[in-house]
Design a protein around this ligand. Sequence first.
Ligand code: NAD
Length: 284
Amino acid sequence: MAEIRKVGVVGLGAMGAGIAQLCIEAGVDTVGREVSVELGEKARERIGHFLTRKVEKGQLEQGARDEAVGRLTLTTGLDAIAECDLVIEAIVEELEPKQELFAELDRICGPDAVLATNTSALSVTEIAAAASAPGRVVGMHFFNPAPLMPLVEIVRAELTDDGPFEAAFSFGERIGKSPIRCHDTPGFVVNRVLIPLLNDCIRVLDEARVTPEDLDTGLQNGAGWPMGPCTLVDLVGIDVHVHASEALYEKTREPRMAPPPRLVAMRNAGLLGRKSGRGFYSYD
Ligand SMILES: NC(=O)c1ccc[n+]([C@@H]2O[C@H](COP(=O)([O-])OP(=O)(O)OC[C@H]3O[C@@H](n4cnc5c(N)ncnc54)[C@H](O)[C@@H]3O)[C@@H](O)[C@H]2O)c1
């Protein structure tokens, strides 16, 4: 595989901005593509702000911060992405736009470029099917917030070739993550285990008539969890968790994957957790 000198990140939302930050901090020239100049600039501001906070905390030199920010260029087109050795897609979690994008990336990028998707719940194999060279399509599933969570799941789709798969793994290491290898199955590794487990926890709230505080204390003190399940679901976002549960249920038909009615009701009422100010807990 060709050396990865330049990376493209398509979609600079919650995940894409974090992934772009990791790349520029690791010294990699990065092109970020958003649908509008304003959204791109907003993402750059967020990244700059996070890096400034690292300087304030003594974790980064001011000069290194400025150099990192200088490595990020923004675009709304795809021309600059065509020159990249690795493209990481982090757009909306819907199959059709992702397939359209991969068909286009496959057409414009060089033959050795690796194309990666950060999808959580879609099939990497189905996304790859839109490319005429599906062997170079791989999953790179980062966790939120990407700059802080050490894991990235490197997902092998049905037709992924060894070269691009290992190139994605090595790149994960290069940007400071602890990658693991897995195959393209619903939920990959962590969500396959975590989503039904969190759903069980929420069902226990009603069954055992335990309070969210006591459930969190129970799992922390009785099972060694670093944070309780209600705190975790609030942090992830109740809408994000419900969406992932629905997607996994659709694929596996396992009842434990289905979102508990209590969470669906909270999502419908706009109680989304930390980001909306209220979920199981209140955040002022
Ligand atoms: N949020 C999470 O916890 C999480 C965790 C792991 C993986 N993911 C996955 O990452 C992907 C992105 O999720 P997110 O939470 O960052 O979403 P988000 O809504 O915060 O960001 C998506 C961004 O993509 C942009 N976009 C849409 N279409 C585009 C296109 N064609 N070209 C360029 N930009 C485009 C949107 O303007 C938006 O800013 C999804 O596939 C999601 O499943 C999310």
